[in-house]
Design a protein around this ligand. Structure first.
Ligand code: SAH
Length: 399
């Protein structure tokens, strides 16, 4: 196996627990540029402090992922099976057969579980693999077989290819076993959600927000709740099941009406006004409308994409969240909660906390940061900053 030398800074990052190797990390970038997808390479440095192995798989984040610092470890089916076994062991509580309240969660989280470039989500008997590079995709059979041997109860397998594919190749497909019912009904904290596998990049539920949905559910009794960037209305449903007296869900996509109604119906809640309102519109227009009419909510959930472009505006979490937070604090009722989420990995946790807290404390409502959430335990992370993307801050309005 060929050895490649990394620069000192990259070496210390990897020794400190990072796993991503970028082109500029190599001493000889011209050599690194020509590395073939799916190749296993050895990494070292001028002082030979580092002895690692990595798999070449280009994705927007970088060029290769370190999978071991032990030169006696080999990239083979046995290694993959063992890594999966460890991943499942970490999730034994979620997997326990008696645990029926939650039937959808992540079973493999890329670099956080030891191998970057893929994730796998479990949806009540079905699994969806997400592949982020051509290189890792070459080994898909090993991964699928390893998982099926460890979890023989899996009925069907789906996949999404999140790297460039040729025109005639499907990026989202069913690859093995039974087809999942459409919708497939999964549970989370005993709330039902409709999931559609094999249709879209998004399945209907973002599994990384489980703890936040649970928080919303437990706090929502008798509150009026505004859910911004609501998608399928998962936060609204969690609030309604938790006893919210009113929910308003806002999303610019037309699909959100039917999708959100479907989630309400599944849980035996009539998703109709006056109690539950779903509006297809731009969040920023709705905020202006709410301010003009002096509307306020006891709880606001704001979970925007990192970047969004509608016909009228563009939104960038890093640049525009401060202004958004200011507006949301204006329409949070006294003693109310404002939940600000971002999944933008480039927006660092410390900066997000500092900037949102500054807006909150200088607001006339004297907002106080009372709680925060990151990724749940089924989304373990490596030391790479890209890995720890989710930040959710809960602000309380004092007056
Ligand atoms: N909060 C959701 C996930 C949000 S996904 C959940 O918990 O499931 C991001 C959503 O933002 C998409 O559904 C997209 O249609 C919507 N969106 C993006 N820009 C928007 C805008 N300016 N106004 C309203 N919705 C927007």
């Amino acid at each position: 196996m060929k050895r490649y030398r990394l620069r000192p800074l990259a070496t210390s990052r990897i020794l400190a627990g990072e796993r991503l190797v970028k082109l500029d990390d190599f001493e000889q970038t011209d050599q690194a540029e020509t590395l073939a997808e799916g190749m296993v390479i050895a990494l070292t440095d001028a002082k030979r402090q580092l002895n690692a192995k990595a798999l070449v798989g280009r994705q927007n984040k970088g060029l290769a992922w370190v999978f071991t610092l032990d030169m006696n470890e080999y990239w083979d089916e046995e290694f993959i099976t063992y890594t999966f076994e460890e991943a499942l062991a970490k999730r034994k509580d979620l997997l326990a057969e008696y645990q029926t309240a939650t039937t959808a969660f992540r079973i493999f989280n890329g670099e956080g579980d030891g191998i970057g470039g893929l994730t796998a989500d479990y949806y009540d008997g079905f699994v969806q693999f997400n592949w982020y590079s051509e290189g890792i995709y070459e080994y898909r059979e090993w991964f699928v077989e390893a998982l099926l041997s460890l979890m023989p109860s899996i009925k069907g397998v789906y996949e999404t290819k999140r790297f460039k594919v040729s025109k005639d190749e499907a990026a989202i497909s069913h690859t093995k076993g039974e087809l999942a019912p459409q919708p497939l009904i999964v549970k989370e904290n005993d709330i039902q959600y409709a999931v559609y596998l094999g249709e879209d990049w998004m399945t209907g539920i973002f599994l990384d927000q489980r703890e936040v949905r649970s928080f919303v559910q437990t706090q929502a009794q008798d509150l009026s709740v505004l859910n911004l960037f609501s998608y399928t209305g998962a936060f609204s449903v969690a609030a309604a099941v938790g006893g919210a007296k009113r929910t308003v869900s806002i999303d610019v996509a037309n699909r959100s009406i039917d999708k959100t109604k479907e989630q309400f119906a599944l849980n035996g809640i009539e998703g109709e006004p006056p109690h539950h309102e779903i509006r297809v519109m731009d969040v920023f227009d709705y905020i202006n409308y709410a301010k003009r009419h002096a509307l306020q909510f006891d709880m606001i959930v704001c979970d925007p994409p990192s970047f969004a472009r509608t016909k009228k505006r563009t939104f960038s979490a890093e640049k525009d969240y401060t202004k958004l937070a200011q507006d949301l604090f204006d329409i949070t009722a006294p003693n109310g909660l404002c939940i600000l989420s971002t999944n933008h990995s480039g927006y660092k946790k410390e900066a997000f906390i500092k900037e949102m807290s500054k807006v909150g404390s200088s607001h006339s409502g004297h907002f106080q940061l009372i709680q925060s959430f990151g990724l749940p335990s089924d989304f373990p992370t490596s030391q790479d900053s890209e890995s720890q993307y989710l930040k959710v801050l809960i602000f309380y309005r004092n007056n």
